[in-house]
Ligand binder design. Sequence first.
Ligand SMILES: [Zn+2]
Length: 206
Amino acid sequence: MRRRECAVTPGRDTNDAVDDGASKTLQTPPGAAAAELQCQLGGTGASPSPYATLGPVPDLDNRRFCRACETTLPLEAFPPGTRRYLCRRHAWLRVKKPSKERALADPLRRLVDRLWKRGWDDAQTAFGHPRVALRQADIAGLLPEGGGGGGGDKPLAIVPADPIQLLSNENVVVVGMDVRRRLLRAYRAGGANMYLAELGKLGRFG
Ligand SMILES: [Zn+2]
């Protein structure tokens, strides 16, 4: 492969990358790979952050450098869209996973997550449903305003309005946990009829 005619910038301590012109293999040693990245990015000793800007460097031989793997990988290993020097796995680890963790630090998202999981558990164990047809995004829209902020501290749950049908955006009621317990007990004792009767006692809802 003819690559690396871009000389590694002197002065940086990527000094183990002096094997310029050597035929490169898959198993590029980290130091040389970093130097290649530096080379690809056109970085200089004066700009120590080589990741700041990604120049229009073509992918060579359908391979691209992953700066976390510190080697080149086939293009298929990279997410489509904007070219970044992070393979799918590392993009997930560094971008998506932390964003999921950040999301769960948000009280509303945490509440939604909890409601969905409980709804899923109930679907399986109490109603014998194979799945729920309700997305987490649907749940946020069901909550009273500020529902995530903890204004009302009453623990909430989501249950199907009709226990025979899958829990869905059209078949869902937000209730307190105490009501949920009564509903599940009623369903165990008397099936859908008793469940609906118990739900009817709540008066207007939805
Ligand atoms: Zn990687």
